[in-house]
Design a binder for this molecule. Structure first.
Ligand code: MN
Length: 252
């Protein structure tokens, strides 16, 4: 029997709010995960070894949105439009990505999450879509968090296309960066009409990993089924993994 309410690690943003440095995550993520039957465990930046140890004790991983990944991690100088880096978060999330891949822990990567995952696995990013891809659509639509502002075409046959049951869906768009060179091991799962990469997934069934550039946590209760289906599919694979995982017993 699967364990009830499987535990998923949810990465967080460090931010100074009212003069106090804090770790925070938008409620939209934790609410959507709870609605899907999962228990979100919000994790601060951790040293690499501690991040790996944490990953061994959770059933899944959610890499959340946030500020830009340090461009130096993919061999570029930061673009003037790039946000100040958070090296502790970058290090922690990169360690989580590697540990999740090695252990095949189901992983859902959202916005910055799919960007840091791509960088961790050797890919690169478009640092500022508006200046580096001037013909692209407006993707930085933070004025419309929960509105579907552009379409994406899903690649037929991908896990994402199957679970959405569609080849074209509409999404929100709160990003000024995107994937550029897709890391080895990943396959393209969705593009916007301007060519901007909007989703990738792990290239075979050995690891359930879907990464989306949009914010399904802002849309899972909208009139369309796609984003709720994404959380439901993640929850289903996390739950089935808890039933079959061979993990050391406490104290073993
Ligand atoms: Mn977009």
């Amino acid at each position: 029997m699967p364990m009830p309410f499987p535990l998923v690690a949810v990465t967080a943003t460090s931010e100074t709010v009212r003069d106090i440095p804090r770790v925070r995550v938008n409620r939209a993520y934790t609410d959507a995960l709870i609605r899907a039957g999962l228990t979100p465990l919000v994790v601060p930046p951790l040293a690499a070894e501690q991040a790996e140890a944490l990953l061994a004790r959770v059933d899944g991983l959610v890499l959340t949105g946030g500020d830009d990944v340090d461009a130096r991690l993919y061999g570029q100088s930061p673009h003037p439009k790039a946000e100040p880096p958070d090296p502790a978060r970058d290090r922690s999330e990169i360690a989580l990505v590697h540990a999740a891949r090695r252990a095949a822990r189901p992983t859902l990567a959202i916005c910055r999450g799919v960007q840091v995952l791509n960088v961790a696995l050797g890919g690169t990013l478009v640092q500022d879509i508006a200046s580096q891809r001037p013909d692209a659509l407006a993707h930085a639509r933070s004025d419309a968090r929960s509105q579907r502002v552009h379409d994406v075409s899903l690649v037929p046959g991908t896990r994402l296309a199957r679970l959405c049951g569609a080849e074209r869906i509409a999404v929100n768009s709160l990003h000024h960066q995107s994937l550029d060179r897709i890391a080895g091991g990943l396959r393209l799962a969705a593009r916007a009409d301007d060519g901007i990469v909007e989703a990738v997934e792990w290239g075979d069934d050995a690891w359930w990993m879907i990464g989306v550039q949009w914010h399904p946590e802002e849309l899972d209760r909208s009139g369309e089924p796609w984003d709720g289906a994404l959380f439901a599919a993640f929850a289903a694979v996390v739950s089935s993994a808890t039933a079959t995982a061979s993990r050391p017993a406490p104290g073993a």
